[in-house]
Design a binder for this molecule. Sequence first.
Ligand code: PGA
Length: 264
Amino acid sequence: MKSIVVANWKMNPASFREAKKLFDAERKAAEKARGVSVVVAPPAIFLRELSSLYRGSKIAFSAQNAHFDVDGAHTGEISLLQVKDARAKFVLVGHAERRAEGETDDDTRKKVAAALSLKLAPILCVGEARRTDEGEQFEAVREQLRAGLADVAASALSRVLLVYEPLWTIGKEETMDPHEMHQMAIFMRKCVVESHGEAGLRHAKAGSGLAQAGRNMKILYGGSIEERNAAAMLRDGDIHGFLVGRASANAIEFAKLLRAIEIA
Ligand code: PGA
């Protein structure tokens, strides 16, 4: 199955000239990588120019954030309509760094619903701030999923990409254990089936069990992914791909990462 890599450049690079250079290098790497689709999420100020220069089909564009209102008095924000007009197909919702800046569960609910109504695909990020032996992480993820997907019809679920990105692995030296990711992926699918039923999940076979029914819900992992840990995570983590921060803001690292996970 094709994997998906979302390149979250965050607030990098400093100039459009550098952004164009980075994009050109990542485009070349993406075109070579078999079995991998790439979504580039540049800073909003570079989005339109990069997307209008690109003619291929291997890369899609995403905004890193957008407001749920269509217009109005929101100084400093961009709207989903503007994102769409800039030829993005995706929008990140609820990234841990946005949540740390005050984005609430209710905001994620509104953003996911507004994106879907405009035929943009939301990339909903969930993940706990800390893990405890009592399993606090599961409750935190269940709640973020419940809120973020609350206004999504079961029939629209397949248009949402989920990312599990625990705060304690973002921007760190080491990533998480792929087997723990696997466990979380099963749990996330179970949560979605509990809230939306089996019918909304693509190819769900009646009576095939909760975790099985949710298997086709696309789940990505994010947090300190790079060349050396990506293949094991893709193999054992029960995921469809990655949301990549630092390694996506560096063309050489990004090309190595794509090579490490392409289908041989
Ligand atoms: P990182 O960031 O790959 O630098 O850990 C991931 C993210 O926050 O998207």
